[in-house]
Design a protein around this ligand. Structure first.
Ligand code: HEM
Ligand SMILES: Nc1nc2c(c(=O)[nH]1)N[C@H]1C(S)=C(S)[C@@H](COP(=O)(O)O)O[C@H]1N2
Ligand SMILES: [Mo]
Length: 337
C-alpha cells in the first residue's frame, strides 16, 4: 500500500500547489466580493490541504532519499519553500503578523513556481487508466473534503480565539484605517514613488476633442463610499468626493460615448490602468477623502476611486484621461511599475 501511494500522493501535491498558485493570482484579479470570497476560500483550502499529504510524502521522501542524492538539493529547496508559503499564508490569515507578511507569502510562492516546474518535469508521468479508478476518485474526494474541513476548522478557530484575522474581508485583507485616512497605509504597487512635482491640471482626451481642466476645478460634489482593498493584504472603507467620470466626459464631449470603448487613466508617474467605459458612472476622480483634501501619499491632487476593484486600479496622481477604442483587457493584467 505505501509503495503504491507514491504516484497518487505526488499528483495530488502537484494539483494542490498548482491550484493554490492559480487561485492566488486569480484572487488578485477579481474585486467582486462574492467571487473573491469563493476563490480565496478555495485558495486557503488548497494550501492547507497540502498538510494532509505530509505523512504520505514523508514516506515517499524516506524511500527515495538515498537513490535521489543528485537531485536532493532542488527537491529539498522546493519542500522548504512550499512549507514557508503555507506558513506565511497562515500567519497572515491569523492577522497577528505585520502587513508585509502577505507580500512575503506571494514572493515565496512566486519562487516555488520554477522549482516546482523543474521538479515535476524531471519526474514526468504518463496518465494511466487507474488514474480514473474508483479508488483514486474516492481518495481525491476524501482529500477535497479534508482540505475543506481544515479550512473551516481554521476559520472556526480564528473566531473562537477572537483573532484579528476572524474579521478579514473575503479577499483575505485586514481592516486598516476605515474612516481615518491618516491611519490608512500609503502603498505603491511595485516601484512607483510619490511624484516630485504636483499635477495642476488634467488633460481629458476624447478623439480630437481635448480639454485641460485645473485640478482645483474638479470637485463636483459627487460622493461615493468605497472600500480600497490593497493586494498587500489590508482594506479601508472611506467616503470619497470628487467628480464621476461619466459626468466629466459628458462635460467635455457633450454626448454619450459608445459602449465598446475604454478609458485610460494615467498617472503623472506613468502608472496607468485601462477601464471599460461602461464603468464610467461608478468611477470617481476623487479630490478628497473623509472630508479632507487627499494627502500626497494618497494621490493628491486627484486619484481614481474604482469601487469593486482591487487597489491597483485606483490610479493616484492622475494627470491624463483618454478615451480609446482598444478593449480594456488589452493591457498587462497587473501594472508593471
Ligand atoms: C504555491 C502556492 C501557494 C500556496 C501553497 C499558498 C498557500 C496559502 C495558505 C495555506 C494560506 C492561508 C489560508 C488560510 O489559513 O485560510 C494562504 C493565504 C493567502 N494567499 Fe496563498 N498560497 C500560494 C500562492 C499564493 C499566490 C501566488 C498568491 C497571490 C498572488 C497568494 C495569495 C494569498 C492571499 C491573498 C492569502 C490570504 C487569504 C486569507 O487570508 O484567507 N497565495 N495561501
Ligand atoms: N500612480 C500610482 N497609483 C497607484 C499605485 C502606484 O503604485 N502608483 N498603487 C496602487 C495600489 S497597489 C493601491 S493598493 C493604492 C493604494 O492607495 P493609497 O496609497 O492611497 O493607500 O493605490 C494604487 N494607485
Ligand atoms: Mo495595492
Amino acid at each position: 500500500m505505501p509503495r503504491r501511494a507514491g504516484r497518487r500522493t505526488n499528483l495530488a501535491l502537484l494539483g494542490l500547489l498548482v491550484l493554490a498558485f492559480l487561485t492566488g493570482v486569480l484572487a488578485y484579479g477579481v474585486g467582486t466580493p462574492t467571487a473573491a470570497t469563493v476563490i480565496v476560500a478555495i485558495h486557503g483550502a488548497a494550501g492547507l490541504g497540502l498538510l494532509l499529504l505530509v505523512p504520505w510524502k514523508a514516506m515517499i521522501v524516506r524511500r527515495s532519499w538515498a537513490r535521489a542524492a543528485s537531485r536532493r538539493a532542488l527537491a529539498t529547496g522546493l519542500g522548504i519553500l512550499a512549507a514557508l508559503t503555507v506558513l506565511t499564508g497562515v500567519l497572515h490569515a491569523i492577522g497577528v503578523a505585520p502587513l508585509s507578511m502577505l507580500r512575503i507569502h506571494v514572493g515565496i510562492a512566486v519562487c516555488v513556481a520554477p522549482f516546482l516546474l523543474v521538479h515535476a518535469w524531471g519526474r514526468r508521468q504518463r496518465p494511466r487508466r487507474t488514474d480514473l479508478s474508483r479508488r483514486t476518485l474516492l481518495s481525491a474526494g476524501a482529500l477535497v473534503a479534508g482540505a475543506a474541513a481544515l479550512w473551516v476548522a481554521g476559520e472556526g478557530a480564528l473566531r473562537l480565539t477572537g483573532a484579528a484575522g476572524a474579521d478579514r474581508r473575503g479577499t483575505g485583507s485586514l481592516e486598516h484605517g476605515t474612516d481615518d485616512p491618516t491611519a490608512m497605509p500609503v502603498t505603491q504597487w511595485f516601484t512607483d514613488t510619490v511624484p516630485g512635482r504636483t499635477v495642476d491640471a488634467i488633460d481629458v482626451v476624447v478623439g480630437d476633442q481635448r480639454a485641460r481642466i485645473p485640478t482645483s476645478d474638479l470637485d463636483r460634489g459627487d460622493r461615493v463610499r468605497a472600500v480600497l482593498d490593497c493586494t498587500g493584504g489590508w482594506y479601508a472603507a472611506q467616503d470619497w468626493t470628487g467628480v464621476r467620470l461619466d459626468r466629466l466626459l459628458r462635460e467635455v464631449t457633450g454626448k454619450r460615448l459608445p459602449d465598446d470603448c475604454s478609458i485610460d487613466v494615467i498617472s503623472r508617474t506613468g502608472y496607468r490602468r485601462r477601464l471599460p467605459v461602461r464603468d464610467a458612472s461608478v468611477l470617481l476622480l476623487a479630490s478628497s477623502v473623509g472630508g479632507q483634501a487627499l494627502s500626497d501619499g494618497h494621490g493628491a491632487p486627484v486619484r481614481l476611486v474604482a469601487p469593486g476593484r482591487r487597489g491597483f486600479w485606483w490610479v493616484k496622481w492622475v494627470e491624463r484621461i483618454e478615451v480609446v477604442d482598444a478593449p480594456w483587457w488589452r493591457q498587462s493584467p497587473f501594472p508593471l511599475q
